[in-house]
Write a protein that binds this ligand. Structure first.
Ligand code: ADP
Ligand code: MG
Length: 291
């Protein structure tokens, strides 16, 4: 039995049963979404019926994609040892032989690497879009605290570089950081970028000032502070349901008074005024929330 998955009009056919490195077999089910590089489907562990999501790397154009997917997979695996509840949970990974059909309907052979992870209900973008009323402080405050602490933990190993509402997923009651596909690995202590010098675009609309400067050809570095900016931008958007573009003022903030200060400091264009680490941002958020 085979299943078909669709990546931007390109159809792939693969076996319905795929084997994880952990020795378990999984049944691939409905396609959930396709992103810039991958198709994500539901899947079930045949041994106990538990439901997960499987992400297949379907975009292999360019030499670095497979290498980047391997970095993403390895990082997820490493992070799973610390089990932070606001980082997407990794289960296993593997590779599956598949076919794809070109525009003349010729069948071509390929291999799709995949990662199996906990399954989310939806992305934060969809969650916020579907909420009819403003999200309450009791809900967002605990999630902000969890997300900023997850980011601080991630920064011990890597810069995410792609924080945006599509890459934060809602798993039950938890909001979790996901999609480590654009991460750049750090050397742990000095914060030196260990990733090969790929030119990766940042997320349109959610880029930090450094990312935007880089995009217009200026010699700027993407750092941990850039992730702080992007996460603060997501927080602003969750609370106010507006993207934080333009000049922001206190009157534009409709959320809890105490959180205005940390979120707007996270959004400072000047690196001197912004938190330079996620841990500083985390401490300020914890102080503002009061727990
Ligand atoms: N674990 C998951 N559970 C449910 N949906 C997911 C999961 N992971 C990703 N998705 C959905 O698939 C989309 C693309 O996945 P993502 O990891 O962001 O890949 P890409 O690198 O292609 O952007 C996400 O925006 C989300 O809607
Ligand atoms: Mg994504």
């Amino acid at each position: 039995m085979f299943v078909d998955i669709l990546f931007h009009k390109k159809r792939f056919r693969l076996p319905e049963r795929i084997a994880g490195e952990n020795g378990n077999l999984y049944t691939v089910q409905d396609q959930i979404a396709s992103g810039g590089n991958a198709v994500v489907c539901e899947c079930a562990d045949e041994s106990d019926g538990a439901e997960y999501a499987v992400k297949f790397l379907t975009n292999s154009s360019g030499d670095s994609r497979a290498e980047r997917f391997e970095i993403e997979r390895k990082l997820m695996e490493d992070l799973s040892t610390v089990r932070h509840s606001h980082l997407i949970g990794y289960v296993t990974s593997g590779c599956v032989k598949a076919s794809f059909f070109d525009s003349k309907r010729n069948e071509n052979k390929t291999t799709l690497p995949f990662v199996i992870m906990e399954r989310a209900n939806c992305s934060l973008r969809e969650f916020v879009k579907n909420e009819r009323t403003p999200i309450e402080f009791e809900i967002y405050a605990a999630q902000f605290r969890g997300l900023v602490s997850a980011l601080a933990l991630l920064h011990q190993q890597a810069i995410h570089r792609d924080i945006k509402p599509d890459n934060i997923l809602v798993v039950g009651e938890r909001w979790v950081i996901s999609d480590f596909g654009l991460c750049s690995l750090l050397d742990g202590c000095g914060g030196q970028d260990l990733t090969p010098g790929w030119q990766v675009p940042g997320p349109r609309f959610w880029m930090s000032p450094e990312g935007n400067n880089k995009a217009v050809g200026l010699p700027e570095e993407i750092t941990c502070a850039s992730d702080v900016f992007q996460l603060a931008a997501v927080f602003w958007w969750v609370v106010n349901r507006r993207h934080p573009s333009g000049i922001l003022a206190r009157e534009d903030w409709i959320g809890a008074e105490s959180l205005y200060e940390p979120v707007s400091r996270g959004l400072q264009h000047s690196l001197g005024r912004r938190y330079s680490t996620a841990d500083e941002f985390r401490l300020a958020v914890v102080h503002a929330i009061g727990y």
